[in-house]
Design a protein around this ligand. Sequence first.
Ligand code: HEM
Length: 147
Amino acid sequence: MNAYLLFKSIHLIAVISWMAGLLYLPRIFVYHSEAVANNKSEDLISTFKIMERRLFIYIMNPAMIMSWVFGILLIYIIGMDNFSSIWLQLKLVFVIILTIYHFFLLQCLRKFTENINSFSPKFYRIINEIPTILLIGIILIVVFKPL
Ligand code: HEM
């Protein structure tokens, strides 16, 4: 069994799941903040809270941890000297920004849970573009691998 290919496969499954959550959670925040602004029922609001919490706890957190664990194992396998390559340095910068964004969404989720969200639906629509831009950057970096 080739450990490199196995770890890369698990890494890709994890990053796809992580990205799905990073793109979907702010969409739920858009609908949740609109529902609050339009005085929708408590039932609907609590459904959004359950969806947000389950998505974060059961999909996004494990997927982020697996992405990091198998990404770091891949660095170990392809050799630590890759740290001196621009592609890996650039990729790590992008991935760290993605991780900060992940924890920012956790802050937003906590505020929604306590009914103290202060951002508008438009704000969540705009920040939803952040992971899309980072995703495009990361894919171009890992495929083209600039020195
Ligand atoms: C979480 C921290 C991450 C680390 C430490 C990491 C590290 C790595 C490493 C070392 C490789 C192997 C590169 C090679 O075989 O030459 C790899 C492959 C890959 N990573 Fe990541 N990665 C991370 C997150 C991500 C994310 C968030 C994405 C996408 C959004 C991503 C997409 C990919 C892709 C598409 C490949 C396959 C590249 C290829 O086969 O040439 N990675 N990653």
